[in-house]
Design a protein around this ligand. Structure first.
Ligand SMILES: [Zn+2]
Length: 77
């Protein structure tokens, strides 16, 4: 069976927040809607995983640390 057909979109309510997630029809486990790889038993675990995704994206948006590039110039004034 196609993976897309096995996953159904479900509305999760957790701590007053609502968000969509995916659920595996066969196992009943929640599936991460972002990477579609990680599976979770409880909404709490899924939320923690989504937060980790968000943080990773934020990290990616940050410019890479710039090290002062020191040119080994032999020129002296
Ligand atoms: Zn994920």
């Amino acid at each position: 069976m196609d993976v897309e057909e096995r996953l159904e979109q479900v509305l999760i309510e957790w701590e007053g927040q609502r968000f969509y997630a995916l659920r595996d029809r066969d196992t009943g486990l929640l599936v991460c809607p972002i990477c579609r790889v990680a599976k979770f038993v409880s909404p709490e675990d899924l939320v923690g995983h989504l937060v980790a995704h968000a943080k990773r994206q934020l990290d990616r948006r940050r410019p890479p640390p710039q090290r002062p590039h020191q040119t080994s110039s032999s020129e002296e004034s």
